[in-house]
Every structure is written in C-alpha cells, then in structure tokens.
Write a protein that binds this ligand. Sequence first.
Ligand code: SF4
Length: 343
Amino acid sequence: MMNLNGHLLYLDITQICGVDCSFCMYAEKHRNGINFQMSDTASQNLRALINDRSVKRVSISGEGEPLNNAAVFHQILQLSEGNQAFEFISSGFWPHDMLADFIEVTDRLVHGNRDTCNIRLSCDSYHVEKVRHKPHGFSLDFWLRTKPESLSLSFRSVDTDREFARAYLLEQVAQYGWQGHVTPHGELDDILWVGERSFRIDYKNHVHPSAATPPGYLDLKGYISALEAKVGKPFTLGSLNPHPSSNGIDLTMKPDGRVYLYGAENDLLGNIHHDEFTWDGLCQRIADTPLLRQLYTTPLQELLSRFDGDLTASRIISEANNPYWVVKELSQEPNLVERMIAS
Ligand code: SF4
C-alpha cells in the first residue's frame, strides 16, 4: 500500500452562479448548471469518507457559487461524527442579513458536532468588481464583534495581485471602524491583523492567462517552485502536506456525483451516487494505475521535463499554467501522457 495520509475531500456542490466574474474557469457550465443532490448512496459514501481519521479537511465549493446550494452544505456538515475540519469557499454574494444568518446556522451545526469550519471568501479584483453586496468588511466586522465559536474566516485570491487584496481588505475593515495591517507570510500567503485577531489571505496563480491578463503572474515552473517552497519538498500530485509528512489523496466530487483525483481528471473513478468509495480502495487504485502512481510519486517538474522540445506539449503546458489542469489537457492529445508513465 502507498504511504498516503492527510487526505483532502473537495466537494463541488453546484454549477449555478450568477456572479459572472470575467475570470471564471466554469462560465460555460453556468448556462445549464445543476446542483448536487444528496442520495442514500452518496450519503453513505460521504459519511465514510468524511469520518475517516486520515482526512485532514473537507472543502465545499463549486463549479458555481456554493451558497446556491447551502442546504446541501448543511446536510454534508451533519454527516460528520465530530473532530473534522470543514471549509466553505464562496464569493459571499448574499445580502448581509442573509449572510449573517448563514454564518450563525453554520456555526451552530459545526459547534454542535465538535467540528471546525473555515469560511474562505474570494478576494481579488475579479470577484470584487462583480459582487454587489461586498462581504469582506461586513464579515470581518461580524467576526470581530460576535466571535463565532467554531468558525474561522480567511480570504483567497485567484491571482497573485497581493497589493490589490491587501489594500482592499484594509479599506473594507476601516469602513467598519477597525484598523488593520497586513504581514507577508511566505510566497503565497499574507496575514491580515486586526488587533490580536488574524485572518489568512492565500493567493493562487493565474490559470489560462490570456493576452488581457495583467502581467505579474507566475509561470508554471515559478508557481510549482512557490508551492514547493511552501511545503518544503518537491511537488507531486495529491494533497500537499508539509515536509516531513507524506501527501494525502486529493479527491474531488463534481455536482453530478462524478469522482476524480484532483489534477488527474482524465481518469473517472466512478460516481458517488452508485459506486462505493473508501480511502483504502482509492490508495489501491492509485498504486495499481501506472499514470496515477507516477503522478503521485514522481515530482511533476521531472515529469514535465520529459516534454522538453515537444512543441505541442510545451504549448499546452504554458497555456494551462497550472499543475492541476495540465495533465487533463495533455491527455487530450494522443500519446503525450504515455511519456509520463515511462520510467
Ligand atoms: S463567483 Fe466563482 S463560479 Fe461564479 S462567476 Fe465568479 S469565479 Fe465563476
């Protein structure tokens, strides 16, 4: 059995979104988007996956806005038997009174189950431009005043424009009468401080940059190097855990129930509504599948260097510009991924 521990379960519970960010990787799915709905088999699978000790976090988001399926998020929370870390990744687009109710209900459920949940709000120029009821200053003020018992708050940016996120959050929190400051924390993280309270800001890199993308993003090599600096070891596919811990499985479920390993979405593992999933079974699947085993054990930089001089592969790699999108896109061309499997 491979040594995999500290798994991430990432649940995309909706394709519905009306925010309409100009930078959206899922815009095409919003036209006829669906919500994930709980079935008996899905509930059994998720209960087993969530309550395994080898899971470090259950992240709920979407190929759309997960607030559009908030009832299912709360159903998922109720599958927990305690001591689990959840995360809810959202634009926070709801009017402030609805958002406050949502936070209170979520805190009650999470606290009642002895779990924790981080609410991670998008904070970048793309979301800020489009979200009408800006949630950032409101949520910071709400947290500072009401101190939810089992929830934390953090921010995420889909690009590396740190100056934008820093200035925007400081201005937002000041509107509610608070003074904050930001300290850098490694290559892809900042900390926003308001008094003694801290709120993390994490930065992703641009996926599929275009001619219109503002300069300053990292290329794929630079982004992988930043991720490697963050965890202190070479980047392989899987859920990254800092050195000396081993990585975990990075499992993702789509709104229709299809299940994949994140970053290896050329290989459908099954459907949560009618197949059975266990972490041990998934470990075995990775060990038994040559491409998955290679991706989970060999540094990605080394695998990608096998394409040096190949024009098609080099174009795909530079256009995707993201380690989790590149394998799926390479697999759409004949014979390319086979080169990754060769030892
Ligand atoms: S909120 Fe998220 S899903 Fe909706 S348009 Fe913006 S990036 Fe896309």
